[in-house]
Design a protein around this ligand. Structure first.
Ligand SMILES: [Zn+2]
Length: 387
């Protein structure tokens, strides 16, 4: 049987054939064709296959159009939830500031002593969704704990709570000397304000604590969290005090280094090169006076400059396997957490020479090089000396 569609092919192909007429005729014709085709094919299920093959592309387009139209009518949960928490705002804030974000309006709203503004001609606005966790900026009075998650660093946690990284270090003895020590699921003590956290020991006085952290004793007594009773502010042994603005001295780790004769000609060029190719996983800051360069275990470690090995071996101060190269010009470089050491103390080293292999020994959370540059014993920002 011949398809009626074929019979109904337009015979008039002249340019005068109007589009309108085409549309008017098209709809009934399409229905007729569909009805006849369905009638023809229901008798034989195999007949569906050619129909489906022929129309699948059209069906896909139609289905996508239906989905698109459907989605445009959906009220998404974020928006829906927020419409329920309506805020009454003055008409001026709502209508006069159409292009303002809801947050701007909220700030404006809160800025006026938090008093409800004229709501006679009130409008409602919705607050925009903010898909991130915000720690409220209002002052916290209590010490809280934070459980370390993957990817956290002392710096990222400090930023989360709007504190200095040192505040996080100084309240947590486990990471006080080595912020690299942060471990997943570790409970970190978070002070409400910047400063130090001191456990009262036998013989401590307000004056001695204040002196230790370089603050006035009134800073300690005036901190509401400490709940010290005037007029004598008695201290109880074992309790913790927040020392607002308090500082702990930075104590660089010291390793006993080679004391033998300096090999002849072992001297740095004064130009440093990167000791390993990798990704910078922690930069230089007050609590971490080094660069951490992440690289796979076993990666070749190169001497950043010429000199001689003044230390090569295991350390108990968190560095794990460590190499120290004295460049005989005031500079020394430290290479920590190594998996292998290829040099010995007193050995002359050339710039770029392979001296060991990257690892994760000591206080380390993954294979990386902890790289320090010291100038007459003082840790420098290595980044300033690298190309
Ligand atoms: Zn490090």
């Amino acid at each position: 049987m011949q398809s009626p569609r074929d019979n109904a092919e337009p015979t008039d192909t002249t340019t005068g054939y109007s589009l309108r007429r085409r549309c008017e005729e098209g709809l009934p014709r399409a229905f007729a064709w569909l009805a006849i085709t369905v009638y023809q094919l229901t008798g034989d299920w195999r007949g569906w296959l050619p129909l489906f093959t022929r129309t699948s592309a059209h069906l896909a387009v139609v289905a996508m159009a239906i989905i698109a139209v459907g989605l445009s009518h959906i009220e998404w949960p974020a928006q829906a939830a927020l419409t329920s928490s309506r805020l009454i705002l003055p008409a001026s804030a709502g209508s006069g500031a159409n292009r303002q974000t809801a947050e701007d309006v909220l700030v404006q709203f809160n800025g006026q002593d938090g008093r409800a503004l004229s709501n006679s001609s009130a409008e409602t606005i919705v607050r925009l969704a903010q898909p991130h966790t915000t720690i409220p900026k209002r002052p916290r009075l209590e010490v809280v704990t934070y459980t370390v998650e993957a990817g956290d660093t002392v710096q990222s946690i400090a930023a989360l709570f709007d504190l200095q990284p040192t505040t996080i270090m100084w309240a947590n003895p486990a990471i006080e000397d080595a912020p690299d020590l942060l471990r997943i699921d570790q409970e970190v003590v978070i002070l409400p304000i910047d400063g130090a956290y001191h456990q009262v020991a036998e013989g401590d006085t307000l004056a001695s604590i204040a002196e230790k952290y370089k603050v006035e004793s009134t800073a300690i007594t005036e901190c509401a969290h400490n709940r010290l009773e005037p007029p004598t502010y008695p201290l109880r042994e074992g309790t913790y005090l927040i020392v607002p603005g308090g500082e702990k001295p930075y104590v660089p780790k010291v390793v006993t280094t080679y004391a033998g004769a300096i090999p002849a000609g072992a001297r740095g060029t004064g130009r440093f090169q990167w000791p390993v190719l990798g990704t910078l996983t922690q930069g230089y800051w007050y609590g971490h006076r080094a660069l951490d360069i992440g690289a796979p275990t076993g990666s070749a470690l190169l001497a950043a400059d010429g000199g001689f090995v003044s230390f090569a071996g295991w350390t108990d101060v968190g560095y794990g396997y460590l190499i120290v190269i004295d460049h005989a010009n005031g500079f020394a470089t430290y290479y920590a957490h190594l998996s292998n050491i290829y040099v010995y103390e007193g050995q002359a080293i050339e710039r770029g020479q392979v001296i060991g292999a990257i690892g994760s020994t000591g206080w380390s959370t993954g294979p990386h090089l902890h790289f320090e540059v010291r100038y007459y014993g003082t840790q420098q920002n290595p980044r300033a000396y690298l190309p």
